[in-house]
Design a protein around this ligand. Structure first.
Ligand SMILES: C[S@@+](CC[C@H](N)C(=O)[O-])C[C@H]1O[C@@H](n2cnc3c(N)ncnc32)[C@H](O)[C@@H]1O
Length: 266
């Protein structure tokens, strides 16, 4: 009884993904949002608006797949459920918010536990002995397989592309001697995800950080890192700023700000 009650609040996550830090990261995102909700509000609204703009391009409205749905902060679940017959909220961690949406709209919304990188089970199984080149080869060659629920009329990649290799990369013992390894895993997994998206038949929208900035309290840009260049992405269809971690959330010396892009294909 107590176990069942507890399970309502515990995210559903395969043990191998938990071992790679995915459940912990899910909780960290929820906690950060709770602390700085006001700073995130315009980014979340812009993300939801971009998803609905992509939905307008769909000729059919049978199914939408959301990848990296998480707590659906940036996903307009209710609007999608009004427009599409089926909404699949896919993530490797299924939390209470996604389950709540499925319960609210049981005929239309469902959750799917799914690894969008296709690499996590293998990486977790070999984690302790993996050297950098092997880890990178797994992310580069992994196959996520067919989309959960089959091909969708709309595929939403919801602000998860930069996480796919980064979070597991940080869990690798090999990273202790090679601090750049998580970033290289992130690049390999992101490029693989883009290839996978390119094979889909419906309209696709990629929501992703395109630039990461550290900005001092007086407005000076201390660091600028372009992820879209690293992933080989062209100019996004829409772009806005996300005040991800205002001072002192991440550092007492700088605000962490992301430029977020929405790329709509198909
Ligand atoms: C920055 S959060 C996205 C936030 C989410 N869209 C929301 O609105 O709450 C990244 C999400 O990607 C998910 N994720 C990370 N790696 C994944 C993988 N390999 N397969 C599926 N989902 C993954 C995380 O669990 C997390 O929910």
């Amino acid at each position: 009884m107590l176990k069942e009650l507890f399970s309502i609040f515990v995210p559903d996550c395969p043990p191998w993904a938990r071992e790679l830090g995915l459940a912990r990261e899910h909780k960290a995102i929820a906690k950060r949002h709770a602390r700085v909700a006001a700073a995130w509000a315009s980014h979340l609204a812009a993300s939801r608006a971009a998803v609905m703009a992509a939905a307008e391009r769909c000729l059919k409205h049978e199914q939408v797949l959301v990848i990296g749905a998480g707590d659906c902060l940036d996903v307009p679940v209710e609007e999608l459920a009004a427009k599409f017959r089926r909404v699949i909220l896919a993530d490797i961690v299924i939390g209470t918010e996604a389950r709540r949406w499925a319960k609210k709209f049981p005929a239309r919304v469902s959750c799917a536990s799914w690894d969008a990188s296709g690499a996590l089970a293998v990486v977790a199984a070999k984690k302790d002995t993996l050297v950098a080149s092997e880890a990178l080869a797994i992310f580069k060659n992994a196959d996520a397989g067919p989309p959960p629920g089959g091909e969708a009329d709309l595929v939403v990649s919801a602000n998860c592309i930069s996480q796919l290799g980064l979070v597991p990369g940080h869990a690798l013992p090999a990273t202790e001697k090679d601090s750049d390894l998580p970033d290289r895993c992130a690049k390999a997994a992101a490029r693989r995800h883009l290839e996978w998206l390119g094979q889909r038949t419906g309209v696709r929208i990629l929501l992703a950080d395109s630039v990461r900035l550290n900005i001092a309290a007086d407005g000076r840009i201390l660091k600028r890192e372009s992820l879209s260049e690293r992933y080989g992405l062209l100019k996004p269809d829409r772009q806005w700023r996300w005040d991800l971690a205002p001072i002192p959330e991440w550092s007492p010396d700088f605000h962490r700000v992301h430029e977020v892009g929405a790329w709509i294909f198909g």
